[in-house]
Design a protein around this ligand. Structure first.
Ligand SMILES: Nc1ncnc2c1ncn2[C@@H]1O[C@H](COP(=O)(O)OP(=O)(O)O)[C@@H](O)[C@H]1O
Ligand SMILES: [Mg+2]
Length: 403
């Protein structure tokens, strides 16, 4: 009996609801989540909001609990879904008892009070079924993507292995030729070409090396590590930056607890993040700041470890261009890179190392104002860890195990 209906789903970045399906009278293409907040909050508490007319609105659950201001805010938000000329029901799409991931709007433009409470219950069931279907479809898509990446990873590892050996011989041969060229045989340009060959071989070797690193991670040798010492050592290795507009500063916290991790792998993580920061700032330069500090407080579990209340944070901050929301979603996906010469493995490898140590890498970024990567690792306490119930993960990063 409806004359029009529209289905909206929340975008991955959570900023907008986009129209996916509709029939009948016009519906808005996009709804901003920020402005629709009162409506979404209402739908979180009650399954649906019934609008009988825009001169007045009724709610199927405890309407008297609403203050006049709340009603006003809700009504304004409800108008965002498009004109409800006479009767309309706005339903929240929720998988199970989870958060609202979309909206279903059903309207009857012909009469007021068009929907009975039985019909509304039916719509609510329908909305909940849509929620389950959407959730399952997304889980399936995630699974498929994971399988694809797993296969890709294996293939890449096989390929990398095959490439590594010939690379070694090419480099050896080129080096022999360098010696011959130095003895004065052959044309003068030979030396330049040989340098190019060796340089490119070295580059390929690095790429292949990181593919292998990702596909077949080294087991590592976790031991209590002084994070500040590793940071200092890494800065030493990195040396002064190649362009004088880029500066690397450190701000090391005192009273830092040790962390149980493979020192070499931690160095690799810091190195990756600093390199990304420097590359993001590019020719224009800027300041990369490497700082360490304790994060005390909420008992929680990250990565693959038990719940801990004390964390050591290593922050790599840059003044680069920041990260677009689309890139943000793919940041830790293996082989994702926006650089012409990137392998897209730096962050994937780093995230895995952090997770294996019971931690995680978090990202905050503001477009135009730079990014900060936080390596959060559990402080090592010298006693048997008590068994504890892990809290739900609160990090926006996808868990590669799907756990
Ligand atoms: N500090 C940063 N600022 C802006 N973008 C970044 C930063 N760090 C990483 N990124 C983005 O994440 C992508 C993946 O990084 P990474 O996994 O290290 O691979 P790669 O450096 O080889 O591209 C980069 O291509 C870049 O787009
Ligand atoms: Mg990188």
């Amino acid at each position: 009996r409806a004359t029009s209906a529209a289905l909206y789903l929340l975008d991955p970045d959570g900023r907008e609801l986009s129209l996916r399906q509709s029939f009948g009278l016009g519906a808005e293409e996009h709804i901003e989540v920020a402005t629709a907040r009162p409506l979404l909050e209402r739908l979180r508490e009650a399954g649906s909001v019934v609008v009988d007319d825009f001169t007045y609105a009724t709610w199927n659950v405890a309407p008297q609990a609403q203050s006049a201001a709340q009603r006003e805010a809700l009504l304004t938000a409800a108008k965002l879904v498009g004109p409800i000329v006479n009767s309309g029901v706005i339903l929240g799409i929720r998988p199970g008892s989870g958060d609202v991931i979309g909206l279903l709007v059903v309207r009857d433009e012909r009469v007021r009070d068009a929907f009975s409470s039985d019909e509304i219950v039916l719509f609510e069931r329908l909305a909940s079924m849509i929620g389950v279907v959407v959730e399952n479809t997304r889980a399936y898509a995630r699974m498929k993507e994971r399988d694809r990446l797993a296969v890709l990873g294996q293939m890449a590892a096989g390929l990398a292995h095959e490439i590594k050996n010939p690379l070694g011989s090419i480099k050896g041969a080129a080096q022999l030729l360098v010696d011959a060229a130095n003895d004065g045989d052959g044309p003068a340009c030979t030396q330049d070409f040989l340098d190019i060959i060796i340089e490119e071989v070295d580059r390929l070797d690095r790429v292949v090396g990181s593919v292998l690193d990702y596909a077949r991670p080294r087991k590592g040798n976790p031991a209590p590590v002084d994070v500040n010492a590793v940071v200092k050592r890494t800065v030493q290795i990195l040396g002064p930056s190649s362009n004088d507009r880029t500066r690397l500063e450190t701000d090391l916290g005192t009273d830092l607890a040790p962390v149980r991790i493979d020192a070499e792998q931690l160095r690799q993580v810091i190195m990756n993040l600093v390199q990304n920061a420097v590359q993001a700032m590019g020719e224009r330069g800027g300041v990369a700041t490497l700082s360490t500090r304790m994060r005390e407080g909420d008992q929680r579990s990250l990565g693959r470890g038990p719940a801990v209340a004390s964390w050591v944070e290593i922050v790599i901050k840059d003044t680069g261009p920041g990260i677009s929301s689309e890139t943000l979603n793919n940041l830790f996906v293996p082989f994702f890179s926006t650089k012409a010469q990137g392998t897209g493995l730096g962050l994937a490898i780093s995230q895995r190392i952090a997770q294996e140590a019971g931690g995680v890498i978090e990202v905050t970024s503001q477009e135009g104002a730079g990014s900060a990567f936080l390596v959060v690792l559990p402080a090592y306490v010298n006693r048997e860890p008590r068994s504890s119930t892990p809290l739900p993960r609160r990090v926006a990063e996808s868990n590669p195990d799907g756990a």
